[in-house]
Design a protein around this ligand. Structure first.
Ligand code: SF4
Length: 249
């Protein structure tokens, strides 16, 4: 567990699974892959097997041991709903989240179809947990919009969008039942551009529908230089945790 992270919208990362495979254009410059592959072959290192998907059961109980309430990004180095993660293992991860309920969990996936299928089936004990937020990544209309539609069908309280790396103007977005929107550009070598008007379009729609808006970063090759100011200010809004007002929007 990594308490204190550079990811602006969370506090702690928890990786009971590591590694993944690419599924859509947003994965092209996957940060997790770049990080993990640096250690491939390094004997004894947690990423000795690079970005190959691996269950890490010894990390399962970490949230139970962390007494201070944290906002926890679940699987920052993987995707919980990857097809190689067995259903029974996902149930174990979710069981820990339901037990260690003093934390807030942020579960983010690109495999929204499987998330929907499990949340309407074997994960039904987690459905109404206020402290678990469920989100999908959106990089463009083609891949992102079907994920939003599947997220909307999930029988959970807090649903969010991580629109990062934003790769094109999304036009009109259906924000019905969405509780939170994060927007960011790609960072690191080969970063694809982010246009200000694309970001302003999303902020405008969030304002219109009363959805909290978090602007994470402009990105670019040197993300610290580009910063995260939008029209001279930061946007660090969060959903009110489990608020019925948010849920019914
Ligand atoms: S789904 Fe996420 S973790 Fe997996 S390859 Fe794509 S960007 Fe990386």
């Amino acid at each position: 567990m990594s308490v204190g992270t550079h990811i602006e919208w969370t506090e702690t990362t928890w990786n009971p699974v590591s590694g993944c495979t690419k599924i859509s254009p947003g994965c092209k410059h996957c940060y997790a892959e770049r990080f993990a592959e640096r250690f491939r072959g390094v004997k004894g290192h947690p990423y000795e097997q690079g970005f190959d998907l691996k269950l890490v059961p010894e990390k399962l109980t970490e949230p139970l041991r962390l007494r201070k309430p944290q906002r926890i990004f679940v699987n920052s180095m993987s995707d919980l709903f990857h097809p190689a993660v067995p259903d029974e293992y996902i149930v174990k991860v979710v069981d820990v989240m339901t037990q260690a309920d003093w934390h807030t969990y942020q579960v983010l996936t690109k495999r929204s179809a499987r998330m929907l299928s499990l949340l309407t089936g074997i994960l039904n004990q987690a459905r109404q947990c206020k402290h678990i937020w469920w989100g999908v990544s959106v990089e463009d209309r083609k891949y992102g919009f079907p994920r939003i539609n599947e997220l909307r069908k999930c029988p959970v309280r807090t649903k969010f969008l991580s629109i990062e790396p934003l790769l094109e103007d999304l036009g009109e977005i259906d924000l019905d039942s969405i509780s939170w929107v994060i927007v960011g550009g790609e960072s690191g070598p080969g970063a694809r551009p982010l246009l200000k008007e694309w970001v302003l379009n999303i902020r405008r729609q969030c304002r219109l529908h009363g959805v909290p808006f978090f602007f994470k970063q402009w990105g670019g090759v040197r993300k610290s230089k580009a910063g995260r100011l939008l029209n001279g200010r930061t946007y660090n809004e969060y959903p009110e945790m489990g608020s019925p007002a948010i849920q019914s929007r």
